[in-house]
Every structure is written in C-alpha cells, then in structure tokens.
Design a binder for this molecule. Structure first.
Ligand code: 13P
Length: 243
C-alpha cells in the first residue's frame, strides 16, 4: 500500500491543528487503499490523536530520542510518543542532519530504538546539490542507508525510506520523477522490498507524476501538506494511480 505522509515541520498551534484535521477528515472520507499519515509538531500530538484515533489516518512524530528516559533536557522518548498514539517517526530528516547536526551514528541509534519499541521509522536520505553535481548521489544514499541501518538484519518490512534530495526541499524545484525513480530503484537494490517515498517540493499538480513511477511507493510532503485541501488532493492522486 502506498503511504502519503504530511510533515508539518514547525507549524500549527493546537487550535490550528484541530481546525485542519476536522476539515481534512471530511475531505478524505471514503478513501481506501492508501496509508495516510500526519506528523504534526510534538505540541499538537495530543489534540491530533483525540481527533484521529477513530479514523484511518495515522499519527507520526518528526523526531525522537533513542533513550527510554532520563536526563536529556528537551528530548522526547518513544514511550512518550506511543502514549500519544504515535505509530510512525520521521528519522534523519535533512533539516535534523544539516541544521541540528544529527550524525549517521545518532540516526542509527534512533532507528534501533524505534524498531525495539514497535514504532515504524521513516528513514530520510538525500544528497546535497554539490553531491549531485559531483555525480555522487548514489554513493551518498548508499552510505546514509548503510550507516543508519548498521548492525541490523533485514528490516525492509519494518521501516519506510524517504528519498528527499536536500536541494529539492522547500525550493519549489522538485527532482525529475525519472531521476527520483533511479534513486528509488537503487535503494530497493540495496535493501530489498522496502517502501520508498519521495519528498521535496511535492504539490497537488506534480504528485501523480511521481506516483506513476514504478518504485515511488508514496510521498513525504512538507509545505503542500499545511493546507488540508492541498494535502487531500495529493492523497487522492495516490488513489487515481493505484493501478
Ligand atoms: P517540501 O514539501 O516543503 O519541499 O518539504 C519536503 C520535506 O522536507 C518533507 O519532509
């Protein structure tokens, strides 16, 4: 099943979250055959779960800490997230890697912790523009995957991978669907039958161009997921394309 995921990043108060989700649930009513995921900020998880718990829309977090509890000021554990209805966590998003200095080693610890707790990680990988221009895209992706999954047996059915080229995120300049397809098929060559999402300037107009690629198994959407109507249109594009 395809997965269409919203990453709200640092957006929306609790009231904005409620307003969005009440509208969104109406817009996706009756839609089947696709996994839908909303990842609001931590502060909105509680109100989001109240609204989503009886629906088919799943709740995710944008980050987690790998330890169970303790002296880690400002961090959130997986038990805390599970308690709020979270079933997915985005791990290793490029904004975490490049703005907050997350290393592959840290990302590996988070993936292991998610798997131990039964929370499904969405592992984000992606090259910077200078890597792409130097022809290093596949090397970078391979290295990020190997390090993030180091020490783990085959986990291809327990995680999702999101290919998000750093230069395509929030830039209005998405990857060419054919270029994304090449990277997605390479990821599957390395990991086996894993679900691979594309992310980076996805919008209601281009969503189906990605979804019709054979190895694009879903989308991770930032900016265009902040409006319920626009995100619902992207979800609907996945259904139109299911064949
Ligand atoms: P945009 O859709 O805003 O480019 O963001 C993509 C992203 O980073 C999703 O995780």
């Amino acid at each position: 099943m395809k997965l269409i995921a919203a990453n709200w990043k640092m957006n929306k108060t609790t009231q904005e979250t409620k307003d969005y989700l009440e509208k969104f649930l109406g817009l996706v009513e009756g839609i089947d055959g696709v996994d839908i995921l909303i990842c609001p900020p931590f502060t909105s998880l509680c109100v989001a779960w109240e609204i989503l718990k009886d629906s088919k829309v799943k709740l995710g977090a944008q980050n987690c800490h790998y330890e169970q509890k303790g002296a880690f000021t400002g961090e959130i554990s997986l038990d805390m997230l599970k308690d709020l209805g979270v079933s997915y966590v985005i791990v290793g998003h490029s904004e975490r890697r490049w703005i907050f200095g997350e290393t592959d080693e840290l990302i590996n610890k988070k993936i292991i912790a998610c798997l131990e707790k039964g929370i499904r990680p969405i592992l984000c990988v992606g090259e910077k523009i200078e890597d792409r221009e130097a022809g290093l895209t596949l090397k970078v992706i391979e290295s990020q995957l190997k390090l993030a999954l180091s020490g783990l047996e085959d986990v291809s059915d327990k995680i999702d991978v999101a290919y998000e080229p750093v230069w395509a995120i929030g830039s209005g300049n998405p990857a060419m669907p054919e270029d994304a397809q090449l990277v997605h098929s390479y990821i599957k060559e390395l990991l086996g039958k894993v679900r691979v999402l594309y992310g980076g300037s996805v919008n209601p107009k281009n969503a189906s161009d990605f979804l019709c690629m054979p190895d694009v198994d879903g989308l991770l959407v930032g900016g265009a997921s902040l409006d319920p109507l626009s995100f619902a249109q992207i979800v609907k594009a996945s259904c139109a394309d299911k064949a």
